[in-house]
Write a new protein. Structure first.
Length: 432
Protein backbone atom coordinates (compact mmCIF):
# COMPACT_ATOMS: atom_id res chain seq x y z
CA UNK A 1 0.00 0.00 0.00
CA UNK A 2 1.87 3.02 -1.13
CA UNK A 3 0.89 4.16 -2.76
CA UNK A 4 -1.06 10.57 -14.18
CA UNK A 5 -1.84 10.21 -17.70
CA UNK A 6 -4.54 12.00 -20.38
CA UNK A 7 -6.85 10.57 -23.07
CA UNK A 8 -5.95 7.46 -25.01
CA UNK A 9 -5.48 7.29 -28.76
CA UNK A 10 -6.28 3.83 -30.17
CA UNK A 11 -3.23 1.63 -30.66
CA UNK A 12 -2.72 1.11 -34.35
CA UNK A 13 -2.61 -2.57 -35.22
CA UNK A 14 0.27 -3.02 -37.59
CA UNK A 15 -0.25 -6.53 -38.90
CA UNK A 16 3.17 -6.85 -40.44
CA UNK A 17 4.91 -5.78 -37.24
CA UNK A 18 2.77 -8.13 -35.15
CA UNK A 19 3.53 -11.06 -37.42
CA UNK A 20 7.27 -10.43 -37.37
CA UNK A 21 7.34 -10.04 -33.60
CA UNK A 22 5.26 -13.18 -33.05
CA UNK A 23 7.39 -15.24 -35.40
CA UNK A 24 10.59 -13.97 -33.82
CA UNK A 25 9.46 -14.81 -30.31
CA UNK A 26 8.00 -18.18 -31.23
CA UNK A 27 11.27 -19.28 -32.79
CA UNK A 28 13.70 -17.87 -30.24
CA UNK A 29 13.19 -20.03 -27.18
CA UNK A 30 11.54 -23.12 -25.75
CA UNK A 31 7.86 -23.40 -26.61
CA UNK A 32 7.13 -24.93 -23.23
CA UNK A 33 4.26 -27.05 -22.00
CA UNK A 34 1.79 -24.50 -20.56
CA UNK A 35 0.77 -27.04 -17.90
CA UNK A 36 4.28 -27.48 -16.50
CA UNK A 37 5.00 -25.89 -13.10
CA UNK A 38 7.43 -23.03 -12.80
CA UNK A 39 10.89 -24.33 -12.02
CA UNK A 40 10.46 -27.50 -14.07
CA UNK A 41 12.47 -26.03 -16.96
CA UNK A 42 15.66 -23.95 -17.14
CA UNK A 43 15.62 -20.25 -17.93
CA UNK A 44 14.64 -19.47 -21.53
CA UNK A 45 17.53 -17.06 -22.00
CA UNK A 46 17.22 -16.61 -25.75
CA UNK A 47 13.47 -16.03 -25.49
CA UNK A 48 13.98 -13.43 -22.75
CA UNK A 49 16.67 -11.64 -24.76
CA UNK A 50 14.49 -11.50 -27.86
CA UNK A 51 11.42 -10.32 -25.92
CA UNK A 52 13.29 -7.53 -24.15
CA UNK A 53 14.83 -6.57 -27.48
CA UNK A 54 11.39 -6.26 -29.05
CA UNK A 55 10.26 -4.04 -26.17
CA UNK A 56 13.33 -1.84 -26.54
CA UNK A 57 12.90 -1.56 -30.32
CA UNK A 58 9.13 -1.08 -30.30
CA UNK A 59 7.55 1.91 -32.02
CA UNK A 60 4.11 3.43 -31.46
CA UNK A 61 1.65 0.97 -32.95
CA UNK A 62 3.80 -2.11 -32.35
CA UNK A 63 1.95 -5.24 -31.18
CA UNK A 64 4.25 -7.65 -29.38
CA UNK A 65 2.68 -11.10 -29.61
CA UNK A 66 3.92 -13.61 -27.02
CA UNK A 67 3.11 -17.16 -28.11
CA UNK A 68 1.63 -19.91 -25.98
CA UNK A 69 4.01 -21.63 -23.60
CA UNK A 70 5.48 -21.39 -20.13
CA UNK A 71 8.49 -19.14 -20.53
CA UNK A 72 11.10 -18.91 -17.77
CA UNK A 73 12.83 -15.56 -17.27
CA UNK A 74 15.49 -14.64 -14.74
CA UNK A 75 15.31 -10.84 -15.01
CA UNK A 76 12.62 -8.21 -15.25
CA UNK A 77 11.30 -6.69 -18.48
CA UNK A 78 10.80 -3.00 -19.22
CA UNK A 79 8.97 -0.86 -21.76
CA UNK A 80 9.40 2.90 -22.30
CA UNK A 81 7.66 3.45 -25.66
CA UNK A 82 4.16 4.88 -26.02
CA UNK A 83 1.45 3.17 -28.04
CA UNK A 84 2.55 -0.45 -27.59
CA UNK A 85 0.34 -3.53 -27.09
CA UNK A 86 1.68 -6.69 -25.44
CA UNK A 87 -0.58 -9.63 -26.24
CA UNK A 88 -0.37 -13.25 -25.14
CA UNK A 89 -2.37 -16.22 -26.40
CA UNK A 90 -4.53 -16.19 -23.24
CA UNK A 91 -3.86 -16.28 -19.52
CA UNK A 92 -3.96 -20.09 -19.52
CA UNK A 93 -1.71 -20.38 -22.57
CA UNK A 94 1.00 -17.72 -22.24
CA UNK A 95 2.78 -17.83 -18.88
CA UNK A 96 5.83 -15.76 -17.98
CA UNK A 97 7.47 -17.37 -14.95
CA UNK A 98 9.95 -15.33 -12.91
CA UNK A 99 10.59 -18.03 -10.35
CA UNK A 100 14.31 -17.90 -11.13
CA UNK A 101 14.44 -14.08 -11.20
CA UNK A 102 17.80 -12.66 -10.13
CA UNK A 103 17.57 -9.10 -11.50
CA UNK A 104 14.96 -6.38 -11.79
CA UNK A 105 12.50 -5.26 -9.10
CA UNK A 106 9.41 -6.08 -11.21
CA UNK A 107 8.29 -8.70 -13.66
CA UNK A 108 7.33 -6.00 -16.17
CA UNK A 109 7.75 -2.27 -15.70
CA UNK A 110 5.99 -0.05 -18.25
CA UNK A 111 6.61 3.69 -18.29
CA UNK A 112 4.47 4.49 -21.29
CA UNK A 113 1.14 5.90 -22.39
CA UNK A 114 -1.42 4.32 -24.71
CA UNK A 115 -0.34 0.97 -23.35
CA UNK A 116 -2.32 -2.28 -23.51
CA UNK A 117 -1.39 -5.65 -22.08
CA UNK A 118 -3.68 -8.65 -22.42
CA UNK A 119 -4.02 -12.40 -22.50
CA UNK A 120 -1.18 -13.71 -20.34
CA UNK A 121 -0.06 -14.75 -16.85
CA UNK A 122 2.86 -13.39 -14.84
CA UNK A 123 4.10 -15.68 -12.06
CA UNK A 124 6.41 -15.64 -9.06
CA UNK A 125 8.10 -12.29 -9.45
CA UNK A 126 10.52 -11.25 -6.72
CA UNK A 127 8.89 -7.83 -6.51
CA UNK A 128 5.77 -6.35 -8.10
CA UNK A 129 4.38 -8.38 -10.98
CA UNK A 130 3.17 -5.65 -13.40
CA UNK A 131 3.89 -2.01 -12.63
CA UNK A 132 2.77 0.84 -14.88
CA UNK A 133 4.36 4.09 -13.73
CA UNK A 134 3.17 7.48 -14.94
CA UNK A 135 1.21 6.95 -18.13
CA UNK A 136 -2.11 7.83 -19.78
CA UNK A 137 -4.63 5.47 -21.35
CA UNK A 138 -3.73 2.14 -19.80
CA UNK A 139 -5.62 -1.09 -20.50
CA UNK A 140 -4.94 -4.30 -18.55
CA UNK A 141 -7.22 -7.01 -19.89
CA UNK A 142 -7.32 -10.72 -19.10
CA UNK A 143 -4.01 -10.67 -17.25
CA UNK A 144 -3.38 -12.98 -14.30
CA UNK A 145 -0.65 -12.53 -11.72
CA UNK A 146 0.08 -15.11 -9.05
CA UNK A 147 2.61 -16.46 -6.61
CA UNK A 148 2.35 -20.20 -6.93
CA UNK A 149 3.56 -21.09 -3.41
CA UNK A 150 0.54 -19.34 -1.89
CA UNK A 151 0.40 -16.36 0.48
CA UNK A 152 3.82 -15.46 1.88
CA UNK A 153 5.38 -12.26 3.16
CA UNK A 154 8.29 -12.82 0.78
CA UNK A 155 5.98 -12.63 -2.26
CA UNK A 156 5.98 -9.48 -4.36
CA UNK A 157 4.04 -6.61 -2.82
CA UNK A 158 1.76 -5.69 -5.74
CA UNK A 159 0.16 -7.72 -8.49
CA UNK A 160 -1.37 -5.30 -11.03
CA UNK A 161 0.02 -1.92 -10.09
CA UNK A 162 -0.73 1.24 -12.11
CA UNK A 163 0.46 4.32 -10.23
CA UNK A 164 0.31 7.99 -11.25
CA UNK A 165 -1.75 7.09 -14.30
CA UNK A 166 -4.80 8.55 -16.05
CA UNK A 167 -7.59 6.79 -17.89
CA UNK A 168 -7.08 3.25 -16.62
CA UNK A 169 -9.15 0.17 -17.47
CA UNK A 170 -8.47 -3.12 -15.66
CA UNK A 171 -10.86 -5.87 -16.71
CA UNK A 172 -11.14 -9.64 -16.72
CA UNK A 173 -7.93 -9.90 -14.70
CA UNK A 174 -6.86 -11.85 -11.60
CA UNK A 175 -4.37 -11.66 -8.76
CA UNK A 176 -3.37 -14.33 -6.24
CA UNK A 177 -0.89 -14.06 -3.38
CA UNK A 178 0.35 -10.44 -3.36
CA UNK A 179 1.93 -9.47 -0.04
CA UNK A 180 0.35 -6.01 -0.22
CA UNK A 181 -2.39 -5.47 -2.82
CA UNK A 182 -3.45 -7.81 -5.62
CA UNK A 183 -5.09 -5.22 -7.88
CA UNK A 184 -3.98 -1.74 -6.92
CA UNK A 185 -4.44 1.70 -8.48
CA UNK A 186 -2.72 4.60 -6.76
CA UNK A 187 -2.43 8.36 -7.24
CA UNK A 188 -4.39 8.09 -10.48
CA UNK A 189 -7.44 9.58 -12.17
CA UNK A 190 -10.35 8.16 -14.12
CA UNK A 191 -10.18 4.46 -13.33
CA UNK A 192 -12.41 1.43 -13.95
CA UNK A 193 -11.74 -1.97 -12.37
CA UNK A 194 -14.31 -4.53 -13.51
CA UNK A 195 -14.92 -8.26 -13.89
CA UNK A 196 -11.75 -9.12 -11.98
CA UNK A 197 -10.91 -11.65 -9.26
CA UNK A 198 -8.62 -11.09 -6.27
CA UNK A 199 -7.86 -13.95 -3.89
CA UNK A 200 -5.22 -14.78 -1.25
CA UNK A 201 -3.77 -11.27 -1.24
CA UNK A 202 -3.44 -9.07 1.83
CA UNK A 203 -5.60 -6.43 0.11
CA UNK A 204 -7.67 -7.85 -2.74
CA UNK A 205 -8.49 -4.66 -4.67
CA UNK A 206 -7.21 -1.31 -3.49
CA UNK A 207 -7.95 2.19 -4.72
CA UNK A 208 -5.57 4.65 -3.06
CA UNK A 209 -5.24 8.43 -3.40
CA UNK A 210 -7.16 8.18 -6.67
CA UNK A 211 -9.76 10.54 -8.11
CA UNK A 212 -12.83 9.14 -9.89
CA UNK A 213 -12.83 5.35 -9.78
CA UNK A 214 -15.50 2.72 -10.47
CA UNK A 215 -14.93 -0.73 -8.96
CA UNK A 216 -17.66 -3.11 -10.09
CA UNK A 217 -18.56 -6.69 -10.95
CA UNK A 218 -15.48 -8.07 -9.24
CA UNK A 219 -14.96 -10.99 -6.86
CA UNK A 220 -12.79 -10.41 -3.78
CA UNK A 221 -12.60 -13.52 -1.61
CA UNK A 222 -10.10 -15.17 0.68
CA UNK A 223 -7.98 -12.04 1.14
CA UNK A 224 -7.19 -10.29 4.43
CA UNK A 225 -9.28 -7.34 3.24
CA UNK A 226 -11.55 -7.51 0.20
CA UNK A 227 -11.87 -4.02 -1.33
CA UNK A 228 -10.03 -1.04 0.16
CA UNK A 229 -10.47 2.67 -0.60
CA UNK A 230 -7.67 4.54 1.16
CA UNK A 231 -6.06 7.97 1.37
CA UNK A 232 -2.48 7.89 2.60
CA UNK A 233 -0.42 10.93 3.59
CA UNK A 234 2.67 12.27 1.85
CA UNK A 235 1.64 11.24 -1.65
CA UNK A 236 1.14 13.34 -4.77
CA UNK A 237 -2.63 13.85 -4.43
CA UNK A 238 -5.56 13.05 -2.14
CA UNK A 239 -8.24 10.78 -3.54
CA UNK A 240 -12.00 11.14 -3.73
CA UNK A 241 -15.07 10.01 -5.67
CA UNK A 242 -14.99 6.21 -5.76
CA UNK A 243 -17.98 3.97 -6.47
CA UNK A 244 -17.85 0.35 -5.25
CA UNK A 245 -20.81 -1.55 -6.64
CA UNK A 246 -22.11 -4.92 -7.81
CA UNK A 247 -19.15 -6.80 -6.38
CA UNK A 248 -19.02 -10.08 -4.48
CA UNK A 249 -16.96 -9.57 -1.32
CA UNK A 250 -16.95 -12.87 0.53
CA UNK A 251 -15.03 -14.43 3.43
CA UNK A 252 -11.94 -12.25 3.36
CA UNK A 253 -10.55 -13.89 6.49
CA UNK A 254 -6.97 -14.67 5.52
CA UNK A 255 -4.40 -13.90 8.20
CA UNK A 256 -2.50 -10.71 7.45
CA UNK A 257 0.90 -11.62 5.96
CA UNK A 258 1.94 -8.08 5.00
CA UNK A 259 5.45 -7.00 5.90
CA UNK A 260 5.75 -5.54 9.38
CA UNK A 261 5.62 -1.76 9.38
CA UNK A 262 3.75 -1.40 6.09
CA UNK A 263 0.37 0.29 6.05
CA UNK A 264 -1.39 -2.82 4.81
CA UNK A 265 -0.13 -4.77 7.83
CA UNK A 266 -2.69 -2.84 9.91
CA UNK A 267 -5.70 -4.24 8.03
CA UNK A 268 -7.57 -6.71 10.27
CA UNK A 269 -8.16 -10.16 8.87
CA UNK A 270 -11.86 -10.48 8.14
CA UNK A 271 -12.35 -7.04 6.55
CA UNK A 272 -14.85 -6.89 3.68
CA UNK A 273 -14.95 -3.34 2.28
CA UNK A 274 -12.74 -0.80 4.06
CA UNK A 275 -12.75 2.97 3.65
CA UNK A 276 -9.92 4.81 5.36
CA UNK A 277 -9.53 8.60 5.31
CA UNK A 278 -11.11 8.89 1.86
CA UNK A 279 -13.88 11.22 0.71
CA UNK A 280 -16.98 10.74 -1.43
CA UNK A 281 -17.22 6.96 -1.51
CA UNK A 282 -20.45 5.26 -2.57
CA UNK A 283 -20.87 1.56 -1.70
CA UNK A 284 -23.99 -0.03 -3.19
CA UNK A 285 -25.50 -3.13 -4.80
CA UNK A 286 -22.78 -5.42 -3.44
CA UNK A 287 -23.03 -8.91 -1.95
CA UNK A 288 -20.90 -8.67 1.19
CA UNK A 289 -20.82 -11.87 3.19
CA UNK A 290 -19.04 -13.68 6.00
CA UNK A 291 -16.17 -11.26 6.63
CA UNK A 292 -15.25 -12.18 10.18
CA UNK A 293 -14.23 -8.76 11.56
CA UNK A 294 -16.85 -6.70 9.75
CA UNK A 295 -18.48 -6.61 6.35
CA UNK A 296 -17.80 -2.85 6.06
CA UNK A 297 -15.29 -0.79 8.04
CA UNK A 298 -15.22 3.01 7.98
CA UNK A 299 -12.15 4.47 9.64
CA UNK A 300 -9.81 7.42 9.94
CA UNK A 301 -6.05 7.57 9.70
CA UNK A 302 -5.95 7.62 13.51
CA UNK A 303 -7.13 4.01 13.68
CA UNK A 304 -4.44 2.55 11.48
CA UNK A 305 -1.93 1.81 14.21
CA UNK A 306 1.02 3.41 12.42
CA UNK A 307 0.05 7.09 12.35
CA UNK A 308 2.15 8.01 15.39
CA UNK A 309 5.40 6.87 13.78
CA UNK A 310 5.08 8.93 10.60
CA UNK A 311 4.50 12.59 10.05
CA UNK A 312 1.97 13.87 7.55
CA UNK A 313 2.21 16.72 5.11
CA UNK A 314 0.34 19.94 5.89
CA UNK A 315 -3.26 19.76 4.72
CA UNK A 316 -3.57 15.96 4.85
CA UNK A 317 -7.17 15.07 5.76
CA UNK A 318 -7.30 12.05 8.08
CA UNK A 319 -11.11 11.73 8.18
CA UNK A 320 -13.53 9.81 5.95
CA UNK A 321 -16.12 12.24 4.56
CA UNK A 322 -19.22 11.81 2.44
CA UNK A 323 -19.49 7.99 2.68
CA UNK A 324 -22.75 6.36 1.49
CA UNK A 325 -23.52 2.68 2.12
CA UNK A 326 -26.85 1.69 0.60
CA UNK A 327 -28.81 -1.04 -1.16
CA UNK A 328 -26.34 -3.83 -0.45
CA UNK A 329 -26.97 -7.48 0.42
CA UNK A 330 -25.24 -8.55 3.63
CA UNK A 331 -24.98 -11.94 5.28
CA UNK A 332 -22.96 -13.25 8.23
CA UNK A 333 -19.71 -11.68 9.30
CA UNK A 334 -18.56 -9.84 12.39
CA UNK A 335 -18.47 -12.98 14.53
CA UNK A 336 -14.70 -13.42 14.98
CA UNK A 337 -12.88 -10.08 14.75
CA UNK A 338 -9.11 -9.89 14.42
CA UNK A 339 -7.05 -8.26 17.17
CA UNK A 340 -7.51 -8.22 20.93
CA UNK A 341 -9.16 -4.76 21.10
CA UNK A 342 -11.86 -5.75 18.63
CA UNK A 343 -12.37 -9.16 20.23
CA UNK A 344 -12.92 -7.56 23.64
CA UNK A 345 -15.21 -4.94 22.12
CA UNK A 346 -17.31 -7.55 20.34
CA UNK A 347 -17.68 -9.70 23.44
CA UNK A 348 -18.52 -6.73 25.69
CA UNK A 349 -21.17 -5.43 23.29
CA UNK A 350 -22.67 -8.61 21.85
CA UNK A 351 -21.49 -11.54 23.97
CA UNK A 352 -19.39 -14.57 23.15
CA UNK A 353 -21.80 -15.83 20.51
CA UNK A 354 -22.82 -12.44 19.11
CA UNK A 355 -21.36 -10.46 16.23
CA UNK A 356 -20.69 -6.95 15.11
CA UNK A 357 -23.28 -5.29 12.88
CA UNK A 358 -22.53 -5.01 9.17
CA UNK A 359 -20.85 -1.61 9.51
CA UNK A 360 -18.07 -0.91 12.00
CA UNK A 361 -17.12 2.76 12.33
CA UNK A 362 -14.16 3.95 14.39
CA UNK A 363 -16.10 7.06 15.44
CA UNK A 364 -13.55 9.74 14.62
CA UNK A 365 -15.19 13.02 13.57
CA UNK A 366 -13.61 16.30 12.57
CA UNK A 367 -14.61 18.61 15.42
CA UNK A 368 -14.10 21.62 13.17
CA UNK A 369 -16.69 20.36 10.66
CA UNK A 370 -19.08 18.10 12.58
CA UNK A 371 -22.35 18.77 10.73
CA UNK A 372 -21.53 19.44 7.08
CA UNK A 373 -24.36 17.62 5.23
CA UNK A 374 -22.34 16.44 2.23
CA UNK A 375 -19.60 15.06 4.54
CA UNK A 376 -21.84 12.73 6.54
CA UNK A 377 -21.62 8.98 6.90
CA UNK A 378 -24.95 7.60 5.62
CA UNK A 379 -25.93 3.94 6.00
CA UNK A 380 -29.33 2.60 5.02
CA UNK A 381 -31.34 -0.22 6.55
CA UNK A 382 -29.98 -2.90 4.20
CA UNK A 383 -27.11 -3.04 6.71
CA UNK A 384 -27.94 -4.70 10.04
CA UNK A 385 -26.64 -1.66 11.85
CA UNK A 386 -23.70 0.62 12.57
CA UNK A 387 -21.48 0.44 15.63
CA UNK A 388 -19.57 3.57 16.61
CA UNK A 389 -16.58 1.92 18.30
CA UNK A 390 -15.49 5.15 20.02
CA UNK A 391 -11.94 4.92 18.81
CA UNK A 392 -11.01 8.39 20.11
CA UNK A 393 -11.61 7.11 23.67
CA UNK A 394 -9.99 3.70 23.14
CA UNK A 395 -13.36 1.95 22.76
CA UNK A 396 -14.59 3.01 26.20
CA UNK A 397 -18.07 4.14 25.15
CA UNK A 398 -19.10 2.25 21.99
CA UNK A 399 -22.72 2.50 20.91
CA UNK A 400 -25.07 1.62 18.10
CA UNK A 401 -25.79 4.65 15.89
CA UNK A 402 -27.80 3.05 13.09
CA UNK A 403 -30.82 5.36 13.22
CA UNK A 404 -28.67 8.48 13.41
CA UNK A 405 -27.09 7.63 10.08
CA UNK A 406 -30.22 6.99 8.02
CA UNK A 407 -29.44 9.85 5.66
CA UNK A 408 -28.84 10.12 1.93
CA UNK A 409 -26.08 11.65 -0.12
CA UNK A 410 -26.18 12.67 -3.76
CA UNK A 411 -25.09 9.74 -5.98
CA UNK A 412 -21.68 9.97 -7.56
CA UNK A 413 -21.33 10.17 -11.32
CA UNK A 414 -20.21 7.12 -13.33
CA UNK A 415 -16.64 7.05 -14.53
CA UNK A 416 -16.16 7.09 -18.29
CA UNK A 417 -12.90 5.93 -19.76
CA UNK A 418 -12.33 8.67 -22.28
CA UNK A 419 -11.32 7.53 -25.78
CA UNK A 420 -10.02 4.21 -24.55
CA UNK A 421 -13.46 2.83 -23.77
CA UNK A 422 -14.65 2.29 -27.34
CA UNK A 423 -11.35 0.81 -28.40
CA UNK A 424 -11.32 -1.54 -25.43
CA UNK A 425 -14.86 -2.70 -26.12
CA UNK A 426 -14.08 -3.29 -29.77
CA UNK A 427 -10.99 -5.27 -28.90
CA UNK A 428 -12.93 -7.36 -26.41
CA UNK A 429 -15.63 -8.08 -28.96
CA UNK A 430 -13.07 -8.98 -31.60
CA UNK A 431 -11.33 -11.47 -29.31
CA UNK A 432 -14.57 -13.09 -28.07
Amino acid sequence: MHSTRPSRRPVVLVAAVAAVVAASLAGCGRHSDPNARAGDLPVDAEFAKKLQGQLLDAKPGTVVEIPAGRWHLDRGLSLRVNGVTIRGAGMEQTILSFREQVAGPEGLLAQASDFTIEGLTIEDTKGDALKINSGDNITIRNVRVRWTDGPKTSNGAYGLYPVKTNNVLIEGSQSFGAADAGIYVGQSRNVVVRNCRAEQNVAGIEIENTIDADVHDNVATGNTGGILVFNMPNLSQPGHSTRVFHNKVDANNLGNFGAKGTAVASVPAGSGIVVNSNSLVEIFDNDVTDNATANVIISSYFSTGYFSTKGTQPGYDPYPRGIAVHDNRFKGGGDSPDGMDLKVLKTAMFGLTGHFPDVLWDGYVDAARPNVPEERLCVDATASGVLNADGPNKYKNPRMVSDELRCKLAPLSPVTIRAVGAAASAASAASA
